[in-house]
Design a protein around this ligand. Structure first.
Ligand SMILES: Nc1ncnc2c1ncn2[C@@H]1O[C@H](COP(=O)(O)OP(=O)(O)OP(=O)(O)O)[C@@H](O)[C@H]1O
Ligand SMILES: [Mg+2]
Length: 335
């Protein structure tokens, strides 16, 4: 990395940095003092419900709108003072598809490649590579109007990669995709990051941030309300639980009595044949396993359950992260 670092840029500075970003729209405070820093080659997940300020933050970082105050840098370039340099260093896939419906997939790639000033040979090579990578080779000659929602999303991402930017911003990249297309897109994103791309992605899906992000910032009402690795956030939101599931319902009472030796606060769920108790960590799992090992009680399962990011959000904000609605409709509308 140091070998290709252009002269005059800090070799080890963060690839993306926001410093106290604020954006007002009239009376509305869309972003209210947001700061974060993303090391090169890592993934920041910005997680928050509708209206949290995710898109506005991305629009400021990608020079599409000017901050009311605060600043940011992308690949070492100031988003307000050096917008052209920022644009050259980054790719953006916005929340709404931006590809031209009346052009083919390949024509869309060619058009954006030309806008970036790439030469014909590079455009051809890059287009072929990207169509291949996103499983669009066969569809490359068809007009986008005929694409499914998942195909459009993939083309959108391909287009934002034509100039091989080192920094990529993705605003809700998988909203509107069915679960399988979502998992496929995650795979592609992991490959990009493995190849050294720095990624900032926004999402309303707790699982998506959990799957992809090295660090998560949780945003609500324009502010960062928590920050950490997925594991740290889960640990901060409450204790883990020991969950034991017995094979035979008639063993529930005996199993409950045994677990009371570990914790006073056991909870029995008769329909699930399971018992839950607060746990400090894996040590409690080992102790419980040893207890049951020497007993007649047969178990289906014994393990440690960590809080989900859903629990995290509830814990932090007092309300659940709004689940995205109409995803099926979206998929259909763009299909
Ligand atoms: N151009 C604009 N003019 C006026 N208000 C705006 C504008 N853009 C965003 N807002 C407001 O700013 C707030 C943050 O919006 P933003 O789009 O950044 O949220 P978001 O986190 O991206 O939400 P979503 O998950 O729904 O995409 C909202 O209250 C929104 O109504
Ligand atoms: Mg948005």
């Amino acid at each position: 990395m140091t070998a290709t670092q252009p002269f005059g840029e800090p070799a080890s500075g963060p690839a993306i940095e926001a410093v106290d970003l604020v954006k007002h729209f009239g009376e509305t405070v869309a972003v209210d003092g947001v700061s974060f820093s993303v090391p090169a080659g890592s993934v920041l997940g910005m997680l928050g419900p509708n209206g949290a300020g995710k898109t506005t933050t991305v629009r400021m970082m990608t020079t599409l709108t000017t901050p009311t105050s605060g600043t940011g840098r992308v690949a070492g370039h100031d988003i307000v003072r050096e917008p052209d340099a920022v644009r050259r260093a980054m790719g953006l896939t916005g929340q709404a598809a931006t590809v031209d419906e009346l052009l083919t997939g390949r024509e869309n790639l060619r058009l954006i490649g030309a806008l970036y000033g790439l030469d014909r040979a590079t455009i051809r090579r890059q287009s072929d590579d990207l169509l291949e990578r996103f499983s669009l080779t066969d569809a490359g000659g068809r007009v986008v109007k005929t694409y499914s929602g998942g195909m459009r999303r993939r083309l959108d991402l391909a287009v934002s990669l034509i100039a091989t930017p080192p920094v990529l911003f993705l605003d809700e990249p998988t909203t509107g995709l069915d679960p399988r297309s979502r998992v496929e897109l995650w795979e592609v994103l992991r490959e990009l990051v493995d190849d050294g791309t720095t990624l900032l992605l926004t999402t309303q899906y707790l699982e998506e941030a959990d799957q992809l992000a090295d660090t998560i910032v949780v945003v609500d009402k324009g502010r960062i309300i928590a920050e950490g690795t997925p594991l740290q956030l889960k640990d901060a939101s409450g204790k883990a639980a020991l969950v034991v599931t017995v094979s035979r319902a008639e063993d529930l009472g005996a199993a409950e009595a045994m677990l009371r030796g570990i914790s006073e606060e056991v909870h029995v769920d008769h329909s699930a044949r399971s018992i839950t108790a607060p746990a400090e960590g894996l040590g409690d799992v080992t102790r419980a396993a040893a207890l049951f090992e020497g007993s007649e009680i047969e178990l289906d399962d014994l393990g440690l359950q960590r809080p989900s990011l859903d629990d995290v959000f509830l814990h932090l904000t007092g309300h659940r992260a709004e689940e995205p609605t109409d995803t099926d409709d979206l998929e259909e509308a763009s299909a």
